[in-house]
Write a protein that binds this ligand. Structure first.
Ligand code: GSH
Length: 207
């Protein structure tokens, strides 16, 4: 059995979505954020020393880091939703799998942290916004060129990209003047597996 240690309103919603798309059986252990700090509760540190979510347990293994979990689960499902056969699409798959957490999330997180810093935070946020726009314009162009991030079929790269783009709607007006991002978000939110994952995960403010 796969156990998902899931923090409310968090990146780990993607793991539930992937599991639903793959039709794998899983159990969810839900955790709530501290209402003041928004941090994960200390119990998560008993599962993995970083105390972050997502973390999964499977066959006496503990796997942390969304991208690593996604690759692990795709492998477990014999490559379903994994890299497409075409070489260029496979490269796009790999790119977006890493890009989501490696490049797109950091400025969004920085903006969130700055929004909580009084005075100086507001001015600093303004400097971050153009950096985020470079990313969002790039993503818009990519989604204008093909239906899914890695080509004509949905893959786990789309699942990885869901959280940063959902967060970018809330934090950086991602869909304003970007119809392809808006349409892609509508399309993923309409998927039965996405909806089933929402029901399994509990509170999620981004869908
Ligand atoms: N790059 C990591 C980030 C993990 C991460 O920061 N998770 C957040 C959830 S959005 C978390 O656990 N935050 C609560 C905390 O830091 O205490 C991943 O994708 O797994």
């Amino acid at each position: 059995m796969i156990i998902v240690h899931h923090l409310e309103n968090s990146r780990s919603q993607r793991v539930l979505w992937l599991l639903e798309e793959l039709g794998l059986r899983y159990e969810v252990k839900r955790y709530q954020r501290n209402k003041t700090t928004m941090l994960a509760p200390p119990e998560l540190k008993r599962i993995h020393p970083l105390g972050k979510s997502p973390v999964i347990e499977h066959d006496a293994r503990v796997v942390a880091e969304t991208g690593a979990i996604v690759e692990y689960l795709v492998e477990h499902a014999d490559g379903r939703l994994g890299a497409p056969a075409h070489r260029d699409d496979a490269l796009r798959y790999r790119h977006f799998l890493h890009y989501a957490e490696g490049s797109l999330m950091p400025p969004l997180l920085l903006k969130l942290v700055l929004s909580r810093v009084p005075l100086f935070g507001k001015a600093a946020q303004k400097k971050i916004k153009p950096m985020i726009d470079v990313h969002l314009d790039y993503v818009e162009a990519e989604l204008g060129a093909r239906s899914w991030f890695a080509g004509s079929e949905m893959t786990a790269a789309d699942i990885m990209m869901s959280f940063p783009l959902e967060a970018a709607v809330a934090r950086a007006g991602a869909t304003e003047g970007r119809p392809h991002i808006a349409a892609w978000l509508q399309k993923i939110h309409a998927r039965p597996a996405y909806q089933a994952a929402l029901a399994a995960g509990g509170p999620y403010a981004y869908a």
